[in-house]
Design a protein around this ligand. Sequence first.
Ligand SMILES: *Cc1c(COP(=O)(O)O)cnc(C)c1O
Length: 502
Amino acid sequence: MDKLPKDPTADHPQDAHQSLDPEDWSAFRQQSHRMLDDMLDFVEHLRERPVWQPIPQTSRAKFQVTLPQQGQSLESAHETFMQDILPYGPGNSHPGFMGWVQGGGTPVGMLADMLAAGLNANVGGRDQMPVEVERQIVRWMRELFAFPETASGVFVTGTSMANLMAVLVARTVALGKSVRQQGLREFAMQLTAYTSVEAHGCVAQAMDLAGFGTSALRRIPSNDLFEMDTQALEAAIEADRAAGFQPFFIAGTAGSVDVGAVDPLNEIADIAARQNCWFHVDGAFGALGMMSPKVAPLLQGIQRADSIAFDFHKWGQVQYDAGFLLVRDAAQHMDAFAAPVAYLRRESRGLAGGSPWPCDFGPDLSRGFRALKTWFTLQVYGTEKLGNIISQTCDLAQYLVQQISQHSSLELVAPVALNVVCFRYLGETKYNSSQRNLDDLNRDIVADLHESGIAVPSTTTVRGQLAIRVAIVNHRTHRGDLDAMLNAVIAVGKTRTDQATE
Ligand SMILES: *Cc1c(COP(=O)(O)O)cnc(C)c1O
């Protein structure tokens, strides 16, 4: 520190230099305290707000103006945020949110995001502590999934990106590094991949984006529990091989998107080993179930994967976004992405040291400090508490199943392995309950619920039927929130069917 020049600006007193820092730091500090307080108020009093509400036209209009030439005060921009943005968010922090599969975030993660923004680290690489923090998360994830010391990991936006990257790593392993120069020309038609019909749409998208095309992805049927039928899997692989294809990739799912099923991962691992295929697990929300003593036994076999994609922003409750890819063999992982570029030369000392860098493990060069909010979340809450939250969401799902069974107007449409409950409102006997009518009715009920602000479930299609889907992910969700949702479904459903039969 002694060697730093005293005040390098002192030699240029008349300089017309401008910067974007505040002229009055003390006023800025006061404003920043108000902003922080407003956000803490929001989180503390979430329950007093509707889960979601429609955006008024006046608010939309404020974001359809021309590019500002002159700035306005921070106070007035914040005022706009409070009036026109904050009340009309997606609702996933709210305890009544149970749609799709989204995490609730935590006040700790929020503060960590602020610290990360203050540091403004570009975590693409270089010898800096934020890279070390990301490496700490990699080491922790090796521990959680019993992966070897040779495993690598990298933060990405989400599991969609992590699944795509896993396909690219498996491709490079199957075809050799030369595919990165030559492209797929001579191979593309021959490589085939496998996943269950229950897999998330981004697995097919990954095959598309990687250049294989979605038709190279074989969709294996699922059993009564919505788990991949492993006999059908092996039969499909053998049929493809006999027909001249080269099977290279199997994606099992730990926590399927529609109903929360877990594929038989141990059996898939055996098949992948026998058939010389890459074994990937899409564990977008389910993989972190390893922290829960209740869920971990259901994930047996995940520790045998070649790669696992998952999101800290779902069951991990970390602020968006925080996707992650863990790969068993770091050398294979780097082979798919690392590229020598002159201006990114690595040195043995100075800031350009510390190779390999996160940018060697994925397509992103500039990257934010996602590791910090994840580190704070794990460090402050610990895996025991986070695991208990995961168990709690599964217990709540069982509570909901029990409540549904007590209403003759409701029907459970899929077994519940984890935290996702799919059910339908059937209506009273008078109601003309054809399949199409029931689909429309349940779709309307869900939209009515959204607009009521009481609860936000979503919909999905289970074996051809539209279902109300409740995915309990948020740590704030309580039995009372499920009661409120169910009562609203029954009340709205009754009103609608009464109207229809009048
Ligand atoms: C959410 C989810 C994805 C997609 O993850 P993103 O983080 O939204 O990209 C993929 N697979 C499953 C099973 C999911 O639940």
